[in-house]
Design a protein around this ligand. Structure first.
Ligand SMILES: [Mn+2]
Length: 424
């Protein structure tokens, strides 16, 4: 389905009067609304190739039909999202699910949709049909050097493919760990993993970064070899200046103070990027902002404060990616909702009165500090986000356009009702 400019313009013009009255109210409530709108226009969030199909659980998977059947169709879907919201101008690929044969053609297709290639993701948590050694007992941590070498070689191949596409980063998430006490020697597992990461690091081009993603548990339920931000930071620090920690919001133990983690990683110049999602219990991969929007705001509050303290560029200097995928929504509508939630949280964080907050903190005025943060959170800034979309030539209401022009029905008509996207 190709959404044309006139589709978007037509619905925008119907919604413009209401939008303008909301916008003028927000402008009266917020300082420097124009600067916030410009930052929102600039901000881009990468869409992962594996989120375009229905995610499923280990118990079942229910396709919504019309799922992309190949990398070209995935790029078309992300192009559609970007056309609708103006904020999804990057794609994060997963190898081997998205191994590209026709690199020039794929690059041209992505450029045509205004997309660039964000971090590449390797996969040593599954066995592929043509693979010599099994990752059943881990990859980089494995007791058998041949398995470790296979995992290192795979990551180097992912870098090679990423270089061809113009990506600048590799994300390594390992499922390595153990399910039972005694299964692993923790120290040896760490050292093997570090040794493997060093070989991968050595293969990075000069202008590349590697993101070491951590996760507390699952699929291993006793120990995880990159289990928390401390372990990730340890690897990243030992590796060198091109290595960073990646924070996936769903990868913590319950009630972890993620905003504090973010703040300290930024201070140490070791925060590399983000995987956005939301959760109630574990790594639930729910739509960003659907469960804990205040937490998402508090995280962005630390991001904006910490990045500004170091003079960082919000758009360029961290990797912003969604990592969510589940069973019951149309995946494209779900991604539109996630991007919207992230943009709202970012806008709220930009609107925090930083001078007043610092003054309140300096005199231990706890009540005032809370008022300042909650005032930013409770002011409805959706019109600023919509205005940023309007100025990008995108839709005031992406989901309204998506539904009005029956995009899913068209995709099902073109691709079939039983298509299954490659991925989990
Ligand atoms: Mn992730």
């Amino acid at each position: 389905m190709k959404i044309e400019n006139y589709h978007i313009k037509s619905l925008n013009s119907e919604q413009l009067t209401k939008h303008n009255s909301r916008l003028s109210f927000v402008k009266s409530e917020v300082n420097d609304a124009e600067a916030i709108i410009q930052k929102l226009v600039d901000f881009q969030i990468a869409i992962p190739s594996w989120a375009l199909g229905t995610g499923g659980t280990r118990f079942g998977r229910f396709s919504s039909g019309g799922e992309p059947r190949n990398i070209e169709e995935k790029i078309e879907d992300i192009g559609l999202l970007h056309r609708l919201n103006g904020s999804s101008g990057a794609v994060s690929l997963h190898i081997p699910w998205d191994t590209v044969e026709n690199t020039a053609g794929i690059k041209a297709l992505a450029a045509q949709h205004g997309l660039r290639f964000d971090a590449m993701n390797s996969n040593t948590f599954q066995d592929q049909p043509d693979q010599a050694k099994s990752y059943k007992f881990g990859s980089l941590q494995h007791v058998d050097k041949a398995v470790r070498k296979q995992a290192v070689d795979h990551n180097i191949e992912v870098i090679r493919q990423g270089v061809e596409l113009g990506s600048k980063a590799l994300t390594v998430w390992l499922s390595d760990g153990s399910c039972f006490p005694g299964q692993l020697n923790f120290r040896k597992a760490f050292q093997n993993t570090l040794e493997g990461l060093r070989e991968i690091y050595a293969a990075l081009p000069a202008d590349w970064k590697v993101f070491v993603e951590y996760k507390a548990f699952e699929p291993n339920f006793y120990s995880t070899t990159v289990g928390d931000w401390g372990q990730s930071l340890l690897y990243a620090s030992k590796l060198g200046p091109k290595a960073f920690t990646l924070v996936d919001l769903g990868h913590h133990l319950p009630n972890a103070n993620i905003e504090q983690i973010v703040s300290l990683l930024l201070m140490e110049e070791k925060l590399g990027g983000f995987h956005f999602n939301d959760s109630k219990y574990g790594d639930d991969d729910l739509t960003a902002g659907s469960m804990k929007p205040y937490q998402l705001f508090l995280i962005f509050n630390e991001l904006v404060e910490g990045m500004d303290a170091r003079g960082m560029n919000h758009r360029e200097d961290l990797g912003w990616m969604i990592d969510a995928s589940h069973n019951v929504k149309d995946p494209l509508e779900d991604l539109l909702q996630s991007v919207e939630a992230i943009m709202i949280a970012y806008a709220q964080a930009l609107s925090v009165d930083r001078v007043a907050l610092q003054e309140a903190q300096a005199v231990n005025d706890v009540v005032r500090a809370q008022e300042i943060l909650q005032n930013a959170f409770r002011t409805d800034l959706r019109a600023l986000v919509a205005e940023a979309r309007l100025r990008s030539g995108a839709a005031l209401s992406p989901i309204d356009v998506y539904r009005k022009y029956n995009v899913r029905e068209e995709l099902i008509k073109n691709r079939g009702a039983k298509t299954v996207a490659t991925g989990l």
